[in-house]
Ligand binder design. Structure first.
Ligand SMILES: [Zn+2]
Length: 97
């Protein structure tokens, strides 16, 4: 999967991996207003045990403009895609494999 250059990983942001219960912090830019949004989710239980390749989806309302962003992310905290949940035009669904 080629999504361009990978995001830089600043030192000191080593993520705890392989835990079944943890909080995942996701940072993304709002689809509507481009403001940076950070959310912390608690991931636990089933699904995580399947491995870090698991992709989960969550709807996160932007605190700035109120638009709902649909995030696809891995339990490792890696954001795959951000799409506007309330978009009027159909968007191609990302392939989840
Ligand atoms: Zn916004």
């Amino acid at each position: 999967m080629d999504c361009g250059s990978p995001p830089s990983k600043p030192e000191g942001q080593i993520k705890a991996m392989m835990e079944l219960k943890k909080e995942v912090t996701l940072d993304f830019d709002c689809c509507e207003c481009d403001h940076p949004v950070g959310v912390t989710l608690r991931c636990e239980g089933k699904g995580l045990g399947a491995g870090l390749r698991t992709v989960a989806a969550v709807n996160v309302p932007c605190p700035t403009c109120g638009a709902v962003n649909r995030l696809l992310f891995e339990p490792s905290g890696r954001v795959h895609a951000v799409t506007p949940c309330t978009s009027l035009r159909p968007l191609p669904e990302p392939s989840l494999n």
